[in-house]
Design a protein around this ligand. Structure first.
Ligand SMILES: [Zn+2]
Length: 92
């Protein structure tokens, strides 16, 4: 189902709730990408993505962002860091 031009413009402007299939796809986007979703919902989302360029772009960007974050090195905080943060918060 293609979005109407009017609802596309409104959703780009953030002035309208997204159409229901877009809402459902985006609300479940991280579970879908992680493969932690039931198959009926997965099918609906996959069908929607092949119909809706805005959601397709949303999912593609989300996937790329997740992949980029996973590729970042992790760092360990120095010993005592968490205690010092807690102490500083407590002394405000
Ligand atoms: Zn959509």
């Amino acid at each position: 189902m293609m979005m109407s031009l009017k609802s596309r413009i409104l959703s780009l402007l953030g002035r309208s709730a997204l159409p229901q299939p877009c809402e459902e796809a985006r609300a479940n986007s991280s579970d879908y990408i992680d493969g932690e979703i039931d198959s009926a919902l997965e099918h609906r989302i996959r069908a929607h993505l092949s119909d809706c360029p805005l959601c397709e772009a949303f999912f593609r960007t989300l996937r790329e962002t997740i992949a980029a974050l996973r590729g970042m090195p992790t760092q360990t905080a120095p010993a005592g860091f968490a205690d010092r943060v807690r102490n500083n918060i407590g002394s405000q």
